[in-house]
Design a protein around this ligand. Structure first.
Ligand SMILES: NC(=O)c1ccc[n+]([C@@H]2O[C@H](COP(=O)([O-])OP(=O)(O)OC[C@H]3O[C@@H](n4cnc5c(N)ncnc54)[C@H](OP(=O)(O)O)[C@@H]3O)[C@@H](O)[C@H]2O)c1
Length: 320
């Protein structure tokens, strides 16, 4: 098979498109002929060497394709099934082998590029909101970086969950009108506007993908016993919180990192995938169509992503 390999840690542009051995299949695993692969910032972290994956390796956390072989312990999946998969690495290839628990059947109305673009952003947003954040229907949630891939997924999931959703963004014109409020990160007095939106009570849950200057006003507008979910630092700045601030509000700061759920908590990821795909089928989730490129261009496209030269979700096509 062909794969995009990292043979030396460094920039994504050094990835090599080459022949590679097909991965070995074990009892509880599924072999997938890959159609499409979703790109994420974390792929760049793998290629940089910070994840310390042994060389050579193929990076990548998500793909879609067709099942071509099942291990002896796999019962719910069969050759010919259209699926998506989430994994710890190895997606930049024409074939992948993935534990069956992290493979899910596609609804009939989902195409391969859309399927490849969904797992990381939507499973991150779902597990952060529902599992770590304990979001309840009727609660008020504020989402930063709302036009971003993870932020946008959080808006859709929280709305489907029955929360009142406030979006904070630098690009209000890119968001749908159905939200409770869209606030401008750079122009609005955020703390005041968030308190106004909640009749002075404050927001129950913050879903923060950017950090930086969003943190202080968001913490100021957090309700008593509110929860602050920290999911990413797209601004490049990591905010500092004094414990006195947390004590004063009986507030909770909750970290979320998807990787741990791919290796430690197997039951949560399949449950998230099942729920998200059923919501997609019913029309509650409408991810933006991704930009597509051939697998052979993956190094160049990942470089564009990590250099912030694109705002689009990028998907590589391993076959048509
Ligand atoms: N914890 C996890 O498991 C996990 C999983 C996936 C991703 N992440 C992290 O979550 C963050 C978002 O990921 P993503 O894929 O959604 O990225 P993305 O699609 O690039 O979105 C990031 C959004 O943040 C805002 N933003 C970008 N630069 C900014 C700046 N300098 N200052 C303020 N806001 C800025 C923009 O939103 P607006 O235009 O709407 O303001 C942008 O759309 C990244 O840091 C990523 O590494 C974490």
């Amino acid at each position: 098979m062909k794969a995009l390999l990292c043979k030396a840690y460094g920039d994504p542009s050094q990835l090599v498109y080459t022949e590679a051995p097909s991965p070995t299949l074990h009892a509880g695993e599924v072999r997938i002929a890959v159609h499409a692969i979703g790109l994420n910032y974390a792929d760049g972290i793998q290629v940089s060497g910070r994840s310390q994956l042994p060389l050579p390796f193929s990076p990548g956390f998500e793909c879609s394709g067709t099942v071509i072989e099942c291990g002896t312990e796999v019962q719910a999946l069969h050759p010919g099934n259209r699926v998506l998969a989430i994994m710890t690495s190895g997606a930049y290839a024409e074939e992948v082998v993935v534990p069956a628990a992290h493979v899910a059947l596609l609804p009939p109305n989902m195409d391969m590029p859309t399927a490849a673009a969904l797992p990381v952003a939507y499973v991150t947003a779902y597990l952060a909101l529902v599992h770590r954040g304990q979001l309840k229907p009727g609660e008020t949630l504020v989402v930063s970086g709302a036009t971003g891939r993870v932020g946008n997924a959080a808006l859709e999931i929280a709305a489907r969950w029955g929360a009142t959703v406030i979006a904070v963004t630098g690009r209000p014109e890119h968001l749908p009108a159905k939200l409770a409020a869209v606030l401008n990160l750079r122009q609005d007095d955020l703390a005041r506007r968030l308190l106004e939106q909640t009749s002075g009570r404050g927001v129950d849950l913050v879903f923060d993908t950017i950090g930086g200057s969003f943190f202080d006003p968001a913490w100021a507008a957090l309700a008593w016993e509110g929860r602050y979910l920290t999911v990413g630092f797209a601004s490049g700045q990591v905010p500092q919180l004094g414990l006195r601030q947390a004590l004063g509000k009986n507030g909770a700061v909750i970290g979320f990192e998807l990787g741990g759920y791919l290796t430690r908590r197997h039951a949560l990821v399949p449950e998230a995938l099942r729920t998200l795909l059923s919501w997609y089928e019913e029309g509650a989730l409408t991810p933006r169509p991704p930009q597509v490129a051939p697998l052979s261009d993956g190094g160049k496209m990942l470089q564009r992503l990590v250099d912030h030269q694109t705002q689009e979700k990028i998907v590589l096509m391993a076959r048509e």
